[in-house]
Design a protein around this ligand. Structure first.
Ligand code: URA
Length: 211
């Protein structure tokens, strides 16, 4: 898919780590570590255009003007539960970020998202909001979560995932053309159960060792 609002992070480190995660033999501990590490790398990419201001500081040698992040603290929103795996890595890079959570599960028959939890920081209208979920499959959860976040007043939103299916990405971009998507890969297709192919299986189960 070619869309100026979709960025595929083709950095070799991201691609290498993603390959290790896809491998069915990767144990839970490795999967978790790799997701956190990719969280660092995707965070670096999504924060590329954060605004900075200049402050005066003293180095041990002289006074200088130096750049510093400007504006209200940014907000990460994790879509439960697999979002927390990416969130951990991103918080290590931006420890002062505020954090929101949206809990959605997929209704097994229709794959429609059902919200069971939401908690967001205040002043969402003044923050850049970065929504994280490793898997954009049908795009239904991502689309619903972003709508709830918009309803809370957020005007600047970006979406970070590890894998996207073309069908889900098209759905998301059509509904939220104003929200840039940053992903490590766009896979081939969805299967009949809404899983991404070739994908990496159920990200939540692989992250937390549940089945
Ligand atoms: N959620 C997952 O964890 N994996 C998929 O392939 C699709 C949705």
């Amino acid at each position: 898919m070619s869309n100026r609002n979709v960025t595929v992070v083709s950095h070799p480190l991201v691609q290498h780590k993603l390959t290790l995660m896809r491998d069915v033999t990767a144990p839970t501990s490795l999967f978790r570590t790799l997701l956190r590490e990719i969280g660092h790398l995707l965070c670096y990419e999504v924060c590329r255009d954060l605004e900075t201001t200049t402050v005066e500081i003293d180095t041990p040698l002289e006074r200088m003007s130096a750049p510093k992040l400007e504006g209200k603290k940014l907000c990460f929103v994790s879509i439960l539960r697999a979002g927390n795996g990416l969130l951990d890595g991103m918080l290590e890079l931006v420890p002062s970020a505020r954090v929101g959570h949206v809990g959605l599960y997929r209704e097994p028959e229709t794959l429609a998202p059902v919200e069971y939890y939401i908690k967001l920081p205040d002043n969402m209208d003044q923050r850049l909001c970065i929504v994280v979920d490793p898997m954009m499959a049908t795009g239904n959860s991502a689309t619903a979560a972003v709508q709830r976040i918009k309803d809370s007043g957020a005007a600047r939103i970006k979406f970070v995932c590890l894998l996207a299916a073309p069908e889900g990405l098209a759905n998301f971009v059509e509904t939220h053309p104003d929200v840039p998507v940053i992903t490590a890969a766009i896979d081939r297709q969805l299967d009949d159960h809404g899983y991404i192919l070739p994908g990496l299986g159920d990200a939540g189960d692989r992250l937390f060792g549940t089945k």
